[in-house]
Design a protein around this ligand. Structure first.
Ligand code: NI
Length: 388
């Protein structure tokens, strides 16, 4: 591990910042205390601070002393989850029903640590933009900051972001070129028929039977319509209908999610979902109403930025500890919005530790990060910000 002495010296103070944020989790677009803390820290280190983008977002700008060069964006997310924490360390959540169960407290602290280091070591070319965004968890905080002019005001040449990864040990990185995380989309289908006495089904148009056919047929989109080499998931996760055993209900509700790595595949799936659902409902003398909501787009890593990032990772922790061809996941991440605007690379930072019992997955009540990962995160972000 090639961490700079100053990074190691400040790691304890940054760890305390992480614990402070962990103890005071705030949900999406409510990150007022957290963004105050971030803005005050950046200002105290002489970094120009801009607030209000994406409501609670904070941007810091630091120009290097060696003249003009690339503008590099480094991003951390600040929001917590609506979850009751079950950890019992001293800095456990003080806010009932809210928890930093995805480690965004760590991301924020790491980026602050990198900002502090760079503010003390300005011998680099170009500009670093520290992007502290709200609402990664379902609120598309990245999209809101972009809408508010993030890249007009700070035209970054590249943006980098990381996520702690419980399945990877401290001192390890994972990344891949191309699709890294999926688009996330939700559908809601209401099949309406004609209810009646369950003993006289011929007088009804049964939405349960029609809905059941819809559930089965939707899977054929994945196996028969999209190309086998294109990855995609369609999961029906809700089916609600009826109240009792002897009444055929008027309607049935079907809900679920669709994940893809490209917009083209997503377009195809949405189109087929509509066609199949309407046709089947019609065939059973019912009709269907469909809402298909697109949320986060797929997260696509750019080749040059992956090469740059993995080079820096290898310098930091050794090539043998950097996996540059991890499997993408069908989970979603709003860093995707940056990756559709500017060249970008999102990567995983090892933060699990089996020996210390730090193995819980993200979004669970016992989630934790190995705090040793904080200095690694500080180091990688500082190194990337100064252009390697
Ligand atoms: Ni997260």
């Amino acid at each position: 591990m090639h961490l700079l002495p100053e990074i190691l010296d400040s790691a304890e103070a940054i760890r305390d910042i992480r614990r402070n944020i962990h103890a005071h989790p705030e949900l999406r677009f409510e990150e007022n205390r957290t963004s105050d803390l971030v803005a005050e820290a950046l200002s105290s280190w002489g970094i120009a601070v801009y607030r209000g983008m994406g409501k609670t977002g904070v941007v810091g700008r630091l120009d290097g002393d060696l003249g003009p060069g690339k503008m590099i964006g480094l991003r951390a997310d600040m929001d917590a989850l609506p979850l009751q924490e079950h950890n019992n360390f001293a800095h456990t959540s003080r806010n009932p029903g809210k928890m930093h169960a995805c480690g965004h407290d760590g991301h924020t602290a790491m980026l602050l640590g990198a900002a502090q280091y760079l503010s003390n070591h300005r011998a680099f070319k170009g500009t670093v933009i520290f992007i502290f965004q709200p609402a990664e968890e379902g609120g598309a905080g990245a999209r809101e900051m972009i809408k508010d002019g993030l890249f007009e005001q700070f035209p970054c040449d590249a943006v980098f972001g990381l996520h702690n990864w419980p399945g990877l040990g401290e001192g390890h990185f994972g990344v891949t070129d191309g699709p890294m995380m999926a688009s996330s989309n939700a559908f809601e289908i209401t099949v309406t028929g004609r209810g009646g006495h369950a003993a006289l089904p011929h007088n009804s148009a049964d939405p349960v039977l029609a809905g059941a056919q819809v559930v089965l047929a939707l899977q054929s989109i994945i196996t028969r319509n999209k190309r086998p080499v294109d990855a995609a998931v369609l999961s029906v996760t809700q089916f609600h209908a009826g109240e009792t055993s002897n009444v055929i209900p008027d309607s049935a509700f079907i809900g679920g999610t669709v994940r893809t790595f490209t917009i083209e595949v997503l377009d195809l799936i949405e189109q087929r979902l509509r066609e199949i659902t309407h046709s089947i409902a019609g065939a059973f003398d019912c009709h269907a109403e469909i809402q298909f909501s697109r949320s986060y787009p797929p997260l696509i890593n750019h080749k040059n930025e992956v090469e740059f990032a993995s080079g820096v990772m290898s310098e930091l922790v050794g090539k043998q500890n950097v996996n540059t061809s991890i499997d993408p996941t069908m989970g979603a991440e709003d860093f995707a919005y940056y990756s559709h605007q500017v060249p970008a690379c999102f990567f995983r930072l090892g933060a699990g530790n089996k020996a210390k019992g730090i193995t819980s997955g993200v979004h669970t009540p016992t989630f934790n990060i190995d705090e040793g990962a904080i200095e690694v995160g500080m180091g990688i972000m500082a190194w990337m910000g100064s252009g390697g």
